[in-house]
Design a protein around this ligand. Structure first.
Ligand code: MLT
Length: 394
């Protein structure tokens, strides 16, 4: 008789963004004449930069030729892309990485969830609340013990370690999804020192690093001394270069990361070579262009466009006297909505046809908060904020 993994039955019935998507779909089917402005899931709207699209097209055409055809690629990713990422880290943050420390994947979501294959199920997982739901759900699926550290207005939604914090693995996301808050160097150094002292591993999600404009803030955990001994970094091209539909990300596992004499880098290689057959060659050729100076400069223009939207939202919240975080070094703005988060979601959808994400979907500390994204167009963002202001002024 087949036995199911009954940890699945402890999860919420559906993934947060599947629930919000269903509600939007149902509303749109019932009211086709009332188009919804989508500021919920962090999906980009600006197309790929032409240089990336050209590289993908050229690689795709090449696949139909004897010279340009590629079968299975190098398992850890193409050397040309690993080297382009290493050069980007050195140029941007002064962080030196070895080619073999960089693993190319189809995005950060799969890697943050899969990386815990390396750890036994009796580890205690420390998860900030509110947080990107994948960290929690993927560990709940394995029945792991979870300890939450609360984010709130008092700590600026940047929970810190404290004496007596019990845990083996901690997830940090900075700039944070959903709150847009960013750890500064001192705060990350405190986490790194705590992890090294207590034999903890930090799983650092840097998916939004490109939105940091304040250059005193760290983009990578490896800018912090001691991090190579305790941290793994995940990043993605989804928000950096508009790859949400193209799919490409990478994970950095330093060679110094050794537990009980076992290299996590070697273990991750073993895991990936068994369970993953590599990111498409064609996509990797597009990704390579992102990390050139010219490609990154073009991508940053798109990011500046989104950040303009964040400013529009921040201005509206300022005018309404609503407390918020994020929206400066992040595409997300997180604010107090003054009621149950799901009720607020329904109200925005039904009354002004604006879709966001309820804060409580990210954890209990998100109750009473709401997240909007800056990934729509200027026109839609302005229109949404006009309606928002009118509604809340009532
Ligand atoms: C979000 O809206 O939180 C993100 O787009 C989800 C993701 O990156 O998977």
């Amino acid at each position: 008789m087949v036995k199911l993994n009954d940890n699945f039955f402890k999860l919420k019935e559906s993934y947060l963004f599947s629930t919000t998507a269903r509600k939007i779909r149902e509303y749109s089917a019932a009211f086709p004449d009332k188009p919804v402005i989508r500021m919920g899931i962090g999906d980009v709207t600006i197309p790929l930069i032409p240089e990336v699209a050209d590289a993908i097209a050229e690689a795709g055409k090449g696949m139909a030729t004897k010279e340009g055809f590629h079968g299975y690629g190098d398992e850890q990713g193409a050397a040309f892309l690993q080297d382009a990422i290493a050069a980007y880290y050195l140029r941007k943050d002064g962080v030196a990485l070895k080619r073999q420390e960089i693993f190319i994947s189809d995005g950060a979501k799969s890697d943050v969830a899969n990386f815990t294959d390396l750890f036994s199920d009796d580890n205690v997982i420390v998860i900030p609340d509110p947080v990107y739901p994948v960290y929690l759900d993927s560990n709940m699926m394995l029945g792991r013990k979870i300890v939450f550290i609360d984010g709130n207005r008092e700590n600026g939604f940047l929970p810190m370690p404290y004496e007596g914090l019990e845990g083996d693995i901690v997830y940090l996301c900075s700039p944070n999804n959903p709150t847009g808050a960013v750890y500064n160097r001192e705060q990350l150094k405190t986490w790194v020192d705590f992890a090294n002292k207590n034999g903890m591993i930090i799983l650092f999600d840097a998916a939004y690093e490109c939105f940091i404009g304040d250059e005193t803030l760290p983009h990578s955990i490896f800018e912090i001394e001691g991090a190579r001994k305790c941290a793994v970094e995940f990043c993605s091209l989804s928000k950096t270069a508009g790859f949400t539909g193209t799919r490409c990300g990478y994970t950095i596992v330093p060679e110094e990361l050794v537990i009980d004499g076992h290299s996590l880098n070697k273990m991750w290689l073993r895991r990936q070579t068994t369970k993953y057959n590599g990111t498409s060659y064609v996509v990797q050729k597009g990704a390579e262009v992102v990390f050139t100076e010219k490609g990154m400069a073009e991508c940053m223009k798109n990011i500046a466009y989104y950040k303009e939207n964040a400013k529009i939202m921040a201005k509206t919240l300022d005018e309404l006297g609503i407390w918020y975080s994020g929206g400066v070094n992040s595409p997300y703005i997180w604010f107090e909505c003054g009621m149950d988060s799901w009720q607020f979601f329904d109200m925005l959808l039904n009354e002004i046809q604006v879709a966001g994400t309820p804060g409580s979907g990210f954890g209990k500390c998100g109750e009473g908060y709401f997240r909007l994204t800056a990934f729509n167009t200027h026109e839609n963002t302005l229109e949404a904020m006009k309606r928002f202001k009118k509604l809340l002024a009532k």
